[in-house]
Design a protein around this ligand. Structure first.
Ligand code: MRU
Length: 348
């Protein structure tokens, strides 16, 4: 079993994804600022795993402030929520996790700071367990869409490494594998950070699920060849109408899938759905350092000083999406109705 991120008495433990596939290094963050650094440097990444990292990081920050009480404790709590909210703006799950932790803190009114901290640690741990369980349910629903011996094209890493366990897009692959359907996966390498080559290929090979790696610009030819049964990707944030933010390049795949008559599925827990966002163009897209583009495995591949545009995510309009799979089932178009039903959002 792949363990991505978890709590122990000495701090937040996580698998350092920057070192994969070469080395399996586990970090222990004993200071909440180390969790923030792990998030911003992509040691831990993927929307659901980010939600867990933020919840555990806030709990760690409160534990470090042992002795603070009353206003001081509250100030520390608010400061931690603000700091963690700033790190990766596109993924919905960190904000969802902060809302969950806030609600839990509000329920603890009147108890000592120490008891409150203990309750928030338990809450953060429960949130991680819930994410892994939701992914298993999502996988079960999703695998019903997969025919026997299917060739599945995926993008980035939406696997166990991107969640508290099992994965979303790769959770569907795992469930299809467990059901004896014998799927095989084509993984796009996913420039500039190579989550597909480094992480998806590593994760699937570890479990013996057949995986073939392609560079991103091979996806069009592969889809046109007729060898792919469906595309499955994860999501960073899903708007109320179904527009989906995911790793930069997802939109390209969705258009190519439509052009070639291949179903395009989005797999995500409901914690990725954002009821406050009506459509994709309202989603803030994180821009990352140009160095991710101008270097490859530590080697400069572009002239010094060249200007770079490096958005980490793009928006796939809902019209290109064949279905959205969550832990509550499969939603088909029009998505607004299904998302509202599953999330119990009422019109605001
Ligand atoms: O920049 P990353 O690696 O955090 O981006 C991750 C993705 O885009 C994933 O596809 C998404 O978070 C879904 S993970 C289940």
């Amino acid at each position: 079993m792949i363990r991505t991120i978890w709590w122990e008495d000495d701090g937040v433990h996580l698998l350092d994804q920057r070192a994969l596939p070469g080395e399996e290094i586990y970090l222990v963050c004993r200071d909440y600022r180390e969790v923030i650094e792990a998030i911003s440097s992509l040691a831990v990444r993927g929307a659901p795993a980010l939600g867990v990292a933020v919840a555990l990081g806030i709990a760690l920050g409160l534990k470090q402030a042992a002795g603070a009480s009353g206003e001081e404790f509250q100030g520390r709590f608010e400061g931690l929520c603000r700091e963690f909210a700033r790190v990766r703006p596109t993924a919905r799950n960190p904000f969802w996790a902060i809302e969950r932790i806030r609600a839990l803190a509000a329920e603890q009114a009147g108890v000592s700071a120490e008891e409150k901290t203990a309750a928030l640690i338990r809450g953060a741990v429960a949130l991680a367990e819930e994410d892994a369980a939701n992914n298993r349910r999502l996988g079960e629903y999703g695998q019903t869409l997969i025919p026997p011996s299917a060739a599945i094209l995926t993008y980035c890493n939406a696997g166990a490494l991107a969640t508290a366990g099992y994965g979303t897009a790769l959770g569907i692959v795992r469930a299809a594998w467990a059901a004896g359907k014998g799927p095989e996966v084509y993984a796009c390498e996913t420039r500039p950070v190579l989550q597909g080559a480094r992480l998806t290929a590593w994760e699937l090979r570890k479990e013996g699920i057949p995986v073939t790696l392609i560079t991103d610009n091979m996806a069009g030819s592969l889809l046109a060849s007729g060898r792919i049964n469906c595309v499955i990707v994860g999501a960073d944030r899903i708007a109320r109408n179904g527009d989906t933010a995911n790793k930069i390049g997802t939109y390209t795949l969705a258009v190519l899938a439509r052009e070639n008559g291949v179903p395009f599925y989005v797999a995500a827990p409901l914690s990725t759905c954002d009821g406050a966002v009506g459509e994709g163009r309202e989603i803030v897209i994180e821009e990352r350092s140009g160095e991710e583009v101008t270097t490859f495995a530590g080697t400069r591949i572009a002239p010094a000083g060249v200007s770079v545009w490096n958005p980490a995510f793009d928006i796939t309009p809902c019209r290109y999406i064949s279905a959205i799979v969550t832990e509550r089932g499969i939603i088909g178009p029009p998505y607004k109705e299904g998302i509202e039903r599953q999330t119990n959002i009422k019109d605001r």
